[in-house]
Ligand binder design. Structure first.
Ligand SMILES: [Zn+2]
Ligand SMILES: [Zn+2]
Length: 238
């Protein structure tokens, strides 16, 4: 019976492809075969800290990480921002929560590959404010975290780190201005992160200010270490 309901649901609301936003071909896939080629996975030499592709392949760190001290240990991203920005926009602002199945799947693969020898204990999504949650109905970072948790078998918690201050319009600011805006934006309400190796998840990494602000609170609450995985990573912003 459940299967019949699922089939009916699929017929009425076919899964949409994150790239072309039309019903996915072939049926049952998470993304169209030909659309997948339009996304640019991060490969080749990357920054040892943030995982951003390097302009100078012999450098250890990107320009941002040479100038900024980060609170996290290291991180990784799946795609270049430019190749997936349209999909992320629809995922965040146009209700395409279903894209989380594909996005979470590729992020889980990335985490397995990058953290094979040191898997995290706990996955925590970068939280959104209550106000933003009411507006959108979901936190896109939490949808990603839940999917990754299912696929990697690592627990995921959305209640260990909360956002108490909304910080809109960060995109136009530089790293230092972002840092100032994000001060006191997050809190860790309990002691559940104590001694944990935490993997933060989010859709985009730009300067790392948001991940750093989260990591700072988690470390102050006793977390052993903080890492991140995002779906996309932008260019240097300094
Ligand atoms: Zn497509
Ligand atoms: Zn970097």
């Amino acid at each position: 019976m459940r299967r019949a309901a699922e089939l009916l649901g699929d017929l009425l609301f076919p899964r949409r492809c994150p790239v072309c936003d039309r019903p996915v071909k072939p049926y049952g896939a998470l993304i169209c075969d030909e659309c997948r080629d339009q996304l640019h996975p991060i490969d080749g030499p990357v920054c040892a800290k943030c995982g951003k592709p390097l302009e100078d392949p012999y450098a250890e760190y990107c320009a941002d990480c040479r100038r900024l001290r980060h609170r996290y240990i290291r991180g990784c991203a799946v795609y270049t921002y430019r190749s997936i920005s349209g999909a992320i926009y629809r995922f965040k602002f146009e209700g395409r929560a279903e894209y989380a199945d594909f996005f979470g799947t590729v992020m889980a693969e990335k985490i397995r590959e990058e953290f094979r020898n040191e898997p995290p204990d706990l996955i925590i999504p970068v939280p959104s404010s209550a106000e933003r949650l009411r507006e959108r109905g979901y936190n896109q970072a939490a949808l990603l975290a839940e999917k990754i948790s299912d696929l990697c078998g690592i627990p995921c918690r959305s209640d260990c780190l909360l956002r108490v201050k909304n910080t809109p319009f960060l995109r136009s600011l530089n790293a230092l201005e972002r840092q100032k805006k994000l001060k006191n934006a997050f809190i860790v309400p309990g002691s559940d992160v104590k001694s944990m190796r935490i993997m933060l998840t989010d859709d985009i990494y730009t300067t790392g200010s948001t991940i750093d602000a989260c990591a700072d609170q988690l470390l102050q609450a006793g977390a052993a270490s903080v890492y991140f995985c995002t779906l996309a990573i932008g260019e240097s912003h300094l």
